[in-house]
Design a protein around this ligand. Structure first.
Ligand SMILES: Cc1cc2nc3c(=O)[nH]c(=O)nc-3n(C[C@H](O)[C@H](O)[C@H](O)COP(=O)(O)OP(=O)(O)OC[C@H]3O[C@@H](n4cnc5c(N)ncnc54)[C@H](O)[C@@H]3O)c2cc1C
Length: 479
């Protein structure tokens, strides 16, 4: 999952002399703008960005159509309600930070409760398995603190532009003695893969350093990251938004293939139930993940070619979750709380059903980078037996006897192989952090939204919701 800086990444970058987005992001009027009677806005993609956008537009009285390529809603959020009887298990987006106010407000508005993970009393402590050894909680505290101080210094000394030209791997090599072979170096690389989904060599140093500098800035006061989960699963929020939009306005199995300017509006070519069709709208909001935007023919859309190609080039993480069901949280009796980081295929681990009244438990293992893109198995489905056995053997090293409580039916969610995601979440490549395309403004009648289009919380569900709501305001103001 992406990691949350206490001052946001954007604030840290601006403080280091970087300008992140054009001023147009500030110039969006409020939602109060009255919709022109009879005007139609189409929304493409029914993940959180698209649904949050469509719900706003419907509430403002606009004629809305939502086109979704999959046969399900929610996009990169997906809750498994069958893996562990009575439990919800998240296969994509999962945690909400305390500062994710748009997500928290939206859940509150639909009467959806949040599970406060900080209030849970979970037995056991964190353990990491790095460099072939099990390491007790706290082993990396001192080097972590040194790295955060170094990051804060380099933000000031090198500045945002130089850091953005470097890869996170190059910066870590300069900051960590023994890179890449030392245990701490291997631990840090594993954290980068888990949090950003990318190999350190494929991530802008600025993203990592800005996050670490935020840690240094926050000092002891680092509460709030990954504090909440949605009670009952993200599927509840997706369903509530879909209900607010109205089932009749949402078409599943409908894939956008082309956008063209049509007078003052747009025409959309959509492949879907009943074959290819053309739909005309006054405005369109495109919420597709960046690699999917690249597959849409936008040549006659009026969106400048350099904007489309900049979106298409956006770096994407390759996170994959392999989730193993258990008859009980067996790791607890051996003193492990299931939290940990490993340079093995375990990656980041946690108890997916912590605090739930379920009959059983589940252990989530999350990898990114090459391990994420190469994980065996389908995009979503049954995990390969050898992958499960390998992870259980490693879990036994962290907490003896864990594997004895494992149940059959482990699942894999390899988001980089999912044809409608083609990655987990955006992660700036070297050189991309300071020069993203300006997606806060429309291009003609075309608006963009999606986690990658938010300047403050890209990568997160929060970024998705914020971008969708912003696009709705922007479209309303122009009807
Ligand atoms: C493994 C993993 C862990 C994560 N952990 C966290 C976390 O802990 N906390 C957090 O905040 N975030 C997390 N995220 C990120 C979060 O899930 C995403 O940022 C967010 O869900 C993206 O929403 P979106 O609406 O921008 O995109 P999407 O959800 O991808 O929605 C886009 C929609 O467009 C559809 N589509 C694609 N192509 C077409 C087409 N041509 N025509 C029509 N429709 C199309 C897709 O099917 C999809 O439904 C995680 C993601 C993953 C994969």
């Amino acid at each position: 999952m992406p990691h949350a800086p206490r001052i946001t990444r954007r604030q840290a970058i601006v403080a280091a002399g970087g300008v992140v987005l054009a001023a147009s992001s500030a110039a969006v009027p409020g939602i109060g703008a009255a919709a022109r009677a009879g005007s139609r806005v189409d929304v493409v993609g029914a993940g959180l960005a698209g649904l949050a956008c469509a719900a706003r537009l419907v509430a403002a009285g606009v004629d809305v159509r939502v086109w979704e390529a999959r046969d399900r809603l929610g996009g990169r959020t997906l809750t498994d309600l069958t893996l562990v009887p009575g439990a919800w298990v998240e296969c994509g987006g999962e945690f909400i930070d305390a500062e994710h106010s748009a997500m928290r407000r939206l859940c509150a508005a639909y009467g959806i409760g949040l599970q406060d993970l900080e209030s849970l009393d979970v037995p056991g402590a964190e353990r990491d398995l790095v460099g072939g050894r099990v390491r007790a909680a706290g082993w990396a505290d001192a080097p972590d603190a040194r790295l955060a101080v170094r990051a804060a210094r380099d933000m000031r000394r090198l500045g945002a532009a130089r850091l953005d030209r470097l890869s996170a791997g190059a910066w870590l090599a300069s900051a960590i003695p023994g890179w890449p072979g030392s245990a701490y170096a291997r631990y840090r690389a594993a954290l980068v893969r888990g949090e950003f989904g990318a190999e350190p060599s494929a991530l802008s140093a600025l993203w990592l350093v800005a996050d670490l500098a935020g840690d240094a800035d926050a000092g002891e006061n680092q509460d709030g990251a990954e504090r909440y989960r949605i009670e009952g699963g993200t599927t509840r929020l997706v369903s509530a938004l879909a209900k607010a939009v109205g089932a009749a306005r949402i078409t599943r199995g409908a894939r956008l293939v082309a956008v063209a300017r049509d007078g003052s509006g747009v025409s959309l070519t959509i492949d879907g139930p009943g074959g290819r069709r053309t739909e005309r709208a006054d405005r369109v909001v495109i919420t597709l993940p960046p690699p999917l935007v690249a597959r849409v023919d936008m040549r006659r859309s009026g969106v400048p070619r350099d904007v489309v190609s900049a979106i298409a080039r956006t770096g994407m993480g390759t996170n994959a979750k392999l989730i193993i069901p258990f008859s009980r949280p067996a790791w607890g009796t051996a003193g492990w709380n299931a939290d940990g980081t490993s340079d093995t295929v375990l990656g980041s681990t946690w108890d997916a059903t912590m605090g739930q009244a379920a009959s059983g438990a589940a252990l989530t293992t999350l990898v990114g980078g090459l391990m994420g893109s190469r994980i065996p198995g389908p995009d979503h489905g049954r995990a390969a037996e050898a992958s499960v056995a390998e992870r259980l053997a490693l879990a036994d090293r962290l907490a003896a006897g864990t594997s004895r409580a494992a149940r059959d039916g482990a699942v894999v969610h390899a988001w980089a192989r999912d044809p409608f995601a083609m990655g987990s979440y955006s992660a700036a490549r070297p050189g991309q952090a300071l020069d993203p395309p300006d997606l806060a403004r429309p291009y003609g009648a075309v608006h963009f939204a999606g986690e990658h289009a938010d300047d403050e919380f890209s990568g997160y569900m929060e970024g998705a919701v914020r971008s969708g709501e912003r696009a709705a305001r922007s479209a309303l103001a122009r009807l």
